[in-house]
Design a binder for this molecule. Structure first.
Ligand code: CP
Ligand code: NVA
Length: 305
């Protein structure tokens, strides 16, 4: 059975900790002589049905620096644009490449890819999850705060794919997480209950001030995700009170870490002075996408022979 990376829950605590350790090792050793090249002779297909900057660049550079060949397939440059079914693409790719990363919409398309592949598949974002982003987010927090336990994590904004992956991280690692989302945009209660049953302390509120009170880490994301462009104006109204402002940060710990997966919409979900301010770690977070992508690829492919 190939080792897929579809959600953080699939990884489990041991898998997640191992990836975080590997990622930090890749970060500290980057550019030194004697780099490990575990992907020599291997091709990884990086399949994107949605746009990407960070995920594409981090994966492409990661595969290259690990000695492998990154093969990027975007929707417009492939037969995806003409509606070739995922199951057909999967059965072709799996005969030629050694692993596949897939960014798509509905999670059922990711599962269809997995069903028809005999090589590892890594989730590079769906409408429901963004586990590879969380690997970087956790790496950044761990490095800056030296621990993950005993911290109060806050999420402010949409109960979207990023919020879902934070909830999963809280379940897998037993984190204390409060999410502030407007009514109608809350994460699914079953997800929250599952994370709590797994050992996380996850609460959902509607008041951003309550969520950020005493927080050590605050994360946010765009109000309208990819595919929700038609809702942009309506969402701007609903989410008006959910912007990370300097005032909101005053309630948090004095050394609060501000994260954003990017791309950011300044003046919408985050103010320029917060994004570019002393608490922001978003650029290191973006760099950690590279180190954690390497770690995730190695984890998924190490049993691949
Ligand atoms: N954070 C993130 O996944 O960015 P991209 O959409 O640019 O890949
Ligand atoms: N929630 C955002 C994340 C982008 C990295 C989206 O899905 O568009």
């Amino acid at each position: 059975m190939p080792r897929h990376l579809l959600t953080l829950t699939d990884l489990g605590r041991d898998g997640l900790i191992r990836i975080l350790e590997l990622a930090e090792r890749f970060r500290t050793r980057r550019g030194r002589p004697g780099a490990e090249l575990p992907l020599v002779g291997k091709t990884v297909a990086l399949v994107f049905e949605k746009p990407s900057t960070r995920t594409r660049v981090s994966l492409e550079v990661a595969v290259h620096e690990l000695g492998g060949h990154p093969l990027v397939l975007t929707k417009s440059g492939s037969q995806m644009d003409r509606g070739e079914p995922v199951k057909d693409m999967a059965r072709v790719l799996t005969r030629m490449v050694h692993a596949i990363t897939f960014r798509t919409g509905g999670v059922e398309r990711l599962h269809e890819m997995v069903t028809h592949c005999t090589v590892p598949v890594l989730n590079a974002l769906t409408d429901q999850d963004h586990p590879m982003q969380l690997l970087a987010d956790l790496q950044t927090v761990l490095r800056v705060r030296k621990r993950l336990g005993g911290l109060k994590f806050a999420w402010v904004g949409d109960g979207n794919n990023m919020a879902n992956s934070w909830i999963e991280a809280a379940g897998v690692l037993g984190l204390d997480l409060v999410l502030a989302c407007p009514d109608g945009y809350l994460p699914a209660p079953e997800r929250v209950s599952r994370a709590c049953a797994a050992g996380g302390n996850v609460r959902v509120v509607t008041d951003p001030a309550a969520a950020t009170e005493g927080a050590h880490v605050i994360s946010t994301d765009v109000f309208a995700s990819m595919g929700q462009e038609a809702e942009q104006q309506a969402r701007l109204r609903v989410f008006a009170g959910y912007r990370l402002t300097r005032d909101l940060l005053k309630r948090a710990a004095s050394d609060v870490v501000v994260l954003h997966c990017l791309p950011a919409h300044r003046g919408e979900e985050i103010d320029e002075e917060v994004l570019e301010g002393p608490h922001s770690h978003v650029w290191e977070q973006a760099e950690d996408r590279l180190h954690s992508a390497k770690a995730a690829l190695v984890w998924a492919m190490e049993r691949d022979g």
